[in-house]
Design a protein around this ligand. Structure first.
Ligand code: NAD
Ligand code: DAU
Length: 387
């Protein structure tokens, strides 16, 4: 039986969402504005390669929505936004988020994920605690990841909130550092904070450098599907709207200073997920013959044989073998449970990419092409080549 979500009476809120033009941030903004239409939502986003204002088009005309193009490291700008919009809730998504990029270029991860988070904490402390605006009723919610816990063996129990931190990549180490800073601002200064650690998300607006959208868009362009190492690494996948709802519950009912794991108990080996996506795309081409006209390059999908594009490539350095979230605490304390099944979520996601070619071809700009070349071409020349 589904757990009952805990509810509390709430008053109107003014939110500052950092990184709201990215994948999860944008889905969160859509979720929030649908769920709490009376709230004001201000997005602060630097529009890096991963940020895209078009992700926010569905809410752009809403009078309760505001967008600020700026950097979280700009503490004065953050202070100004907190004051001008009388922000009581800051939800912090902004980050460099791709593990592979953290291996080839860790500096940006230190800058945004650590210095940037500290800049936000300093601004929040100054305005909320020192100047007293929303002193009693403020919240700093920090969005973190399961990667801070390191890696699991096949028989290990899933990560719980008491699993010791053991980050293995520059990305996860920078997220771990930011989690510790958030915790310290609560214990030292009394800032009202909560943190959520979530597993791998998937869904609409997922940037096509990450496994699931990369595979879908590569099939549609008849490009190889790169599988790192033996493809047996395990990730625990959650539909992005279920992450947004989990954050909502933590903000509403989570205990101050505490961390909550959010996940879907949905572990998949990479190779199995890639094969599943191949089957779903092939099936879509059978059911809708027009797709062959819309995606003339998708030769293998038209033949019902996308899996022939699977190509094993060199493994990621320091590749974590398995992640799995134990969501018992969120379930017991917050009544959290995912609503989307993996069958329905992955089908929706494949359909979204089939129906939004304009979105994904626009984000595959020059900088994206350079990244793909740098990441894959050295060891696998056909992967970086354009067709
Ligand atoms: P993303 O890379 O898609 O988006 C990041 C956003 O942050 C972009 O819009 C980017 O422009 C913005 N940004 C980057 N640097 C900035 C800066 N200095 N100032 C202001 N904005 C900046 O990331 P995502 O996948 O949506 O992840 C969002 C958050 O969720 C991250 O903190 C990530 O660690 C965490 N997380 C992600 C996943 C996942 O599966 N993607 C899972 C768990 C947790
Ligand atoms: O667990 C949460 C994390 O999930 C988030 O904190 C990160 O921000 C997010 O990017 C994601 O990290 P992963 O490294 O797990 O996601 P990615 O999609 O990059 O890779 C998923 C798995 O697929 C991983 O084992 C590496 C593998 N992979 C990835 C790519 C891009 C491949 O085999 N081939 C690829 O080309």
């Amino acid at each position: 039986m589904a757990a009952k979500e805990k509810t509390k009476n709430r008053t109107m809120s003014n939110l500052l969402v950092t990184g709201g033009a990215g994948f999860i941030g944008a889905n969160f903004v859509h979720y929030w504005m649908k769920t709490y239409p009376q709230d004001k939502v201000v997005v602060l986003d630097a529009l890096t390669y991963a940020g895209n204002k078009a992700n926010l088009d569905p809410v752009a005309e809403n009078p309760n929505f505001f967008f600020c193009h700026g950097n979280i490291c700009d503490t004065a700008l953050v202070e100004m936004l907190l004051k001008e919009h009388r922000i009581d809730t800051l939800v912090h998504f902004a980050a460099e988020s791709h593990v592979d990029r953290s291996i080839t270029g860790p500096d940006a991860f230190i800058e945004t994920n650590i210095i940037g988070t500290h800049s936000l904490l300093k601004a929040a402390k100054k305005i909320w605690l020192d100047e007293g605006l929303n002193k009693e009723s403020h919240r700093f919610h920090h969005v973190s990841t399961d990667e801070v816990y390191g890696t699991l063996g096949p028989e290990d129990p899933a990560f719980s909130e008491t699993t010791p931190y053991a980050p293995n990549s520059p990305y996860s180490a920078s997220k771990a550092a930011s989690d510790h800073l958030v915790r310290a601002y609560h214990h030292t200064y009394g800032l009202k904070v909560t943190t959520s650690n979530c597993s791998n998300n998937y869904g609409p607006y997922h940037f096509p450098e990450k496994l699931i959208p990369l595979v879908i868009t590569n099939i549609l362009q008849d490009k190889p599907l790169p599988i790192y190492g033996d493809g047996q690494q395990i990730r625990d996948w959650l539909y992005v709207e279920d992450h947004a709802r989990g954050i909502d519950l933590v903000i509403k009912n989570g205990q101050l200073g505490e961390c909550y794991n959010i996940g879907g108990v949905n572990e998949w080996a990479n190779i199995d997920i890639v094969k599943l996506i191949c089957r779903l795309v092939d099936q879509a081409f059978v059911e809708c013959p027009l797709l062959a006209e819309r995606f003339p390059k998708a030769a293998k999908a038209s033949e019902g044989n996308s899996a022939a594009l699977i190509t094993y490539v060199e493994d990621r350095a320091g590749h974590d073998r398995r992640y799995a979230i134990d969501p018992t605490r969120s379930n017991n304390e917050l009544g959290y449970e995912p609503r989307e099944t993996f069958d329905s979520g992955i089908a929706k996601t494949v359909n979204w990419f089939l129906n939004n070619e304009e979105w994904w071809s626009a984000v595959m700009d020059g900088s994206y092409q350079s990244w793909i070349k740098e990441q894959y071409q050295v060891t696998n020349p056909t992967l970086g080549a354009s067709k």
